[in-house]
Structure formats: structure tokens, C-alpha cells
Write a new protein. Structure first.
Length: 223
């Protein structure tokens, strides 16, 4: 009887220790869909983002990105006017990880700069945001590490502008980098950065295509 009373007391104390808002947030978190994860993996491999940008891709969460309501959807096309403003993005909950305490970093990079045929400026860095959490965590406080830099493709051929999500280690601090500066984004070594930062992944991603062909009124040969 005393044991049962003790268990009841501990359960009550634990419930009181967890803020109601956190419980409500976690209850509304959307889990990643297995079909969508399989599609994301297939799309990345078919687009050759593996190995052109990352050595492997095993998604465990979904990444949603949109520019003024137009969704990024694994290789759909945008023009430079559409991608001028900073996009919106969200992620789903990752199974087996507490969405209230697990944080992520989103990196946007271009593996095709300045031209897919000769990407000597890869991986051009466009954006880094840390301390990202699933959309259901309304109290999350994202931090901009590298401000958004709008795409300016220099070729008619389309670039693969890619969003990648990595899981952060506890007490994460982004490593210092000159690439955070707007004028020093070319030649960003994505995988070296991930290793230095001890980020895990990528565990989620999405991408779109954009080139000068989307801005021209006539058909030109792809170069």
C-alpha cells in the first residue's frame, strides 16, 4: 500500500513538473510519413544530390519549404523573382526524439555554382538557421547563423537549390566561419562544416530547380 502511494506521488510530481503548454505542443506534433520519406530519399538519389552534395541521405523527418505559398517539391522550378524573399519552412517530428528538446539546423546550398557543367564554386551557401524544432513547438527560438542570400544562377542550365536538415548535438554552438558573410559564400565545404559542427545527417531535405531559362521569354539551348 505504501509502495502504491509512493508511485502515485511520483507520477503526480512528474506531471506537475512538465508545463502544460509543452504537453499540448507534443500532442499536436505531426510524425514523418513513411511514404514521403521513401520518396524524398528516391528523389535525392535520382537528382544525384548523392553524391554531388552529400555522401548519403537517410531521411527521418520531412522538410516543407515555400516561397509566398508556392511549395518546393523535389525538383519543381522557380524563377529568380519568386525566390527573392526569404522562404518559409517547417519540419515534422522525428520518431524516437523528443520534439521539445531536440533541435536541428537547416542549411541551404547550391552544388551547381556557377554552372552545373563546371561547379567550381560549389557548395555555394545560401542560408543557415539553427535551433529549429518541429512546427508544433510554438515556443522555439530559431537563430539565423548565415542570413538568406537569394539565388542568382549564372547559367541557363538549372541549379539544384537544396535544403538540408541536420540534428544538433546538445548545447550546440555553430562553429565560426567566414562563409557566414554575404560576400564569402562561394566554395562552402558543406560536409567539412557538418563534421566540424558535429551535426548528424542530413536527416531531411528538399530541393528545387532554378536557372536563367526560367527568366527568359524565348527558348535557348541549355549550356
Amino acid at each position: 500500500m505504501q509502495l502504491l502511494s509512493l508511485i502515485a506521488f511520483v507520477a503526480s510530481a512528474t506531471a506537475l513538473a512538465v508545463p502544460t503548454s509543452n504537453l499540448e505542443e507534443r500532442a499536436t506534433c505531426v510524425n514523418a510519413n513513411a511514404f514521403n520519406l521513401a520518396r524524398a530519399k528516391q528523389e535525392f538519389y535520382e537528382a544525384k544530390l548523392v553524391p554531388d552534395l552529400v555522401p548519403q541521405f537517410k531521411p527521418t523527418l520531412e522538410v516543407y519549404v515555400d516561397y509566398n505559398g508556392k511549395k518546393v517539391d523535389f525538383g519543381n522550378t522557380f524563377n529568380t523573382l519568386e525566390t527573392t524573399p526569404e522562404p518559409n519552412f517547417s519540419i515534422t517530428r522525428e520518431l524516437l526524439y523528443n520534439p521539445s528538446t531536440t533541435k536541428y539546423t537547416l542549411i541551404m546550398a547550391d552544388p551547381d555554382a556557377p554552372n552545373p557543367a563546371a561547379p567550381i564554386l560549389k557548395d555555394f551557401l545560401h542560408w543557415i538557421v539553427s535551433d529549429v524544432q518541429p512546427q508544433c513547438i510554438t515556443t522555439q527560438k530559431r537563430k539565423t547563423v548565415a542570413p538568406y542570400m537569394l539565388p542568382t544562377p549564372l547559367s541557363v542550365a538549372e541549379h539544384r537549390y537544396t535544403f538540408l536538415v541536420y540534428r544538433q548535438p546538445p548545447n550546440y554552438l555553430p562553429p565560426p566561419s567566414l562563409n557566414y558573410l554575404p560576400g564569402a559564400r562561394a566554395g562552402f565545404d558543406l560536409n567539412a562544416y557538418v563534421k566540424e559542427a558535429k551535426l548528424e545527417g542530413p536527416i531531411g531535405g528538399n530541393y528545387y530547380l532554378e536557372g536563367l531559362a526560367q527568366d527568359l521569354p524565348i527558348d535557348l539551348p541549355i549550356v
